[in-house]
Design a protein around this ligand. Structure first.
Ligand code: 1WB
Ligand code: MN
Length: 344
């Protein structure tokens, strides 16, 4: 690599393991949740029969072959890996806890073999908050993983629910960020999303996660856990675009009885959130995001294998920012937020 190469750390990069893929295929075979949006995706990717999305299965399961060649071809130094959506969140608590543990072990093993090429976000099973906390502690202290990944709602519940506060408390205490990745929206949000291909990345994913983020903000959990950091992909799922309106309307909502907040929503967005550019390669949206959230809170991502690598690199190489800012976007912020050792 040339002397002026900027380290590139991609921060929302998906993988799976055969055991999780088989368990998801098992859900298809028993006909689970036939009308559930996640099951539409699961059938597309893991079901037998083949579909336009089934081409993702092989690259998800591959870690050390084509994935590394793809990274090399575009000068991507490191992928921050995470178990792909819906992770373990469709399973019963025991299965989910077991599969999260297995996926985290596998992740740690591949990072140990390629410490300069991979870092990883640990999975946990919110279905059992108590065991989730134990796994989060193990993932950081024993496995050295870099943060956490959760695929939005769990059985239609969001992390502002007090039953999940131990998970938020653990992330804050461990000083590791929780990345909230999309999955099919919860039941009440799903109805209008079934048509026109809207059910996943096209539209439904963003509605699901932006709703999750706004619930967290308005519930007041960031007054309870002021150091908690949440990461959102897809250019922040557009939540920060709503800053002014969130501030204005939440003041009204508080006067009408909503929980009292010590900060404005826009202030929590700057203090408690970071966003990545996964699958959202608009220079205009990036420029707005940097100005609204601060350069420290914006990180580069590809969304491999769902998005092609080369255009994601071309996007970040081409945006009009200073050299120092490009370094932050490409690697400095990821190193700080995800505890990835800087190159010496
Ligand atoms: C797609 C994208 C499908 C993602 C996924 O299924 C995930 C898609 C789990 O583009 O069809 C993703 O992570 O962005
Ligand atoms: Mn993704």
């Amino acid at each position: 690599m040339s002397a002026d190469h900027i380290r590139r750390i991609a921060t929302e990069e998906a993988f799976s393991i055969p055991e999780v893929a088989l368990a998801l295929r098992g859900l298809c075979e028993v006909g689970a949740g036939a009308h559930n949006i996640d099951m539409m995706l699961v059938r597309n990717i893991y079901g037998s029969g083949g579909n336009y999305q089934s081409r993702f299965l092989a690259p998800l399961l591959d870690l050390e072959g084509e994935r590394l060649r793809d990274m090399d071809a575009s000068g991507v130094d490191m992928q921050l890996l995470s178990l792909t959506a819906p992770g373990v969140q469709l399973f019963d608590a025991d299965t989910a806890t077991e599969l999260a543990t297995l996926a985290n072990d596998r992740l740690a093993a591949v990072i140990a073999r390629h410490p300069r090429r991979f870092a990883g976000l640990a999975s946990f099973a919110p279905q059992s908050p108590k065991r989730a906390v134990l796994e989060m502690e193990r993932a950081v202290h024993k496995l050295g993983l870099n943060g956490f990944m959760v695929n939005s709602h769990t059985n239609n519940e969001y992390l502002d629910d007090p039953k999940y506060w131990p998970v938020l408390e653990a992330a804050e205490a461990l000083n590791r960020c929780i990345y909230i990745h999309p999955r099919g929206p919860s039941d009440m949000l799903s109805g209008p999303m079934r048509d026109y291909g809207m059910f996943a990345a096209l539209w439904a994913y963003g509605v699901e996660v932006s709703t999750h983020a706004v619930r967290l903000i308005l519930s007041g959990v960031f007054d309870r856990y002021p150091k908690l950091k949440i990461c959102l992909g897809h250019m922040g799922e557009a939540v920060h675009f709503w800053s002014w309106r969130l501030d204005f309307m939440s003041a009204r909502a508080q006067m009408a009885g909503a929980p009292k907040l010590s900060l404005k929503p826009s202030e929590y967005l700057r203090r408690n959130f970071a966003i990545t550019t996964s699958g959202q390669e608009s220079p205009l949206a990036l420029d707005f995001s940097i100005r609204q959230l601060g350069i420290d809170n914006v990180l580069w991502a590809i969304d491999y294998p769902y998005q092609p690598t080369a255009p994601a690199v071309a996007f970040m190489d081409g945006v009009q920012v200073s050299d120092a800012e490009r370094h932050q976007l490409y690697h400095g912020n990821a190193e700080r937020l995800f505890h990835i050792p800087p190159l010496t």
